[in-house]
Design a binder for this molecule. Sequence first.
Ligand code: SF4
Length: 464
Amino acid sequence: MKDVLKVTGENLQIKKPDIKKGKPRKDIVGIIEAFFVRNRRRFVYFHTGMFIALALLLIVPALLPLPADDTTVLNNFTRFAGFLIWGLWFPLVLLSVVFFGRLWCGLLCPHGALSEYASKKGFGRPVPKWLRWGGVPIASFVLVTTFGQVVGIREYPMAALEVLGGTLIIAALVGLIYANGKRTFCRSLCPLGPLLGILSRLGAVSFERVGRESKGYPCPTFINTAKKVASSNCIECFKCVNPGVPGSLHLQIRRPGKEIEEIEKRKPDSWEVIYLFSATGLALGAFYWLVNPLYVHYKQVLGGILLGAGLGDWIGWSGPWWLMVNYPAAGDVFMLIDLISVTSFMFLCMAGVAAVLFFLTALSALLLRKQAPLMTTITKLGYLYAPLVLVSLVIGLGLILFQSLGAFGLSRATIRMIQGGLFATGGIWSLYLAVRLQDGLNRAIVPSIIGIGFLGYAWYQALF
Ligand code: SF4
């Protein structure tokens, strides 16, 4: 008990940081912590700046004509805005979680900040039970991802404005209606929230309770800070951190992946694992329909069935741009058969991948023969896929970013090597977690290795 403090109620061993009761820390982490605490009221300037930047990046391209084929990010604003949003924003936010946790959410995300500010001025109604159900963020992710694909969110500025602008309006409305000074949108409706939450468990940053005197602070994402053990919903707003005040939470730097290694004590959540399995399957579907001949075959078969059913006129209908891609000038027009094929193909990929991963994880859980209920062990083991999912999404969403590295003189082979190195790191990290979560090398690890191989192969086919 010399350097380790047992926290009652949560059975969690936390290394005691170098602080003396009543005195702020003087180490580098303490200095960073004090800096953020001192400036947390100024976060509003970052929120406002990000909101204005996002509004410009969404609205201006929507008012401009579509870029010509021979334009680049250097001479066309629409391409430049697309690069910032899809080439930098999305992949770097995901990657940043490993180094900084969900600092993006607390410091920079315009959606979350808008929801919180609206909530301060709103009706403050209690958050209804259905909105607190764990399946809601999964439904939000599925809806936004599939809808984004059928309206061409990455290619067409009007579609990006519709989806990202629409989610901004929903964030504001949810904030206006529910709770007071909270981020109900981030906790329940953000399509990326659970993904960032799961990945933040891999992160090097956490906010920990220290000692018995931990007390509750008002938290915008509804965390009971007096009992906090998990990082997933913490957006690093620093509101519960007050250096030198007994009972404050403290910023801590830890080994990446540590929280998942000790997931049993860190409030594992089966909804997070369901989200992880479903999200990676749906994202795979979103890549496969663009690059894999399997999709073309699937569409032909489906079209044949619908034609045979006498629905030929119906499936040839093309809808408005806000419902499905419809840009005749760019030679890109969806018909109803495209909408049906893309969405059903993505759903099938999601269901197939989730089913395979669930089956293999259940097999490992059975072989482990733990005394805990089977679903508890499945939930714990499911987290081992987090690193592989992380790097796959970073490489997939960051394709534009990697391509642009060529402009800095990097050869195609070098870029491939960087991508391959990242991909291999994710796979090895997942394998390492499999060993740690399954108490070493034993037969229970075989299904996990098959699962990592299956997911790695599926992503490799989509990305390389
Ligand atoms: S736990 Fe603390 S730092 Fe994390 S979101 Fe809640 S109040 Fe902010």
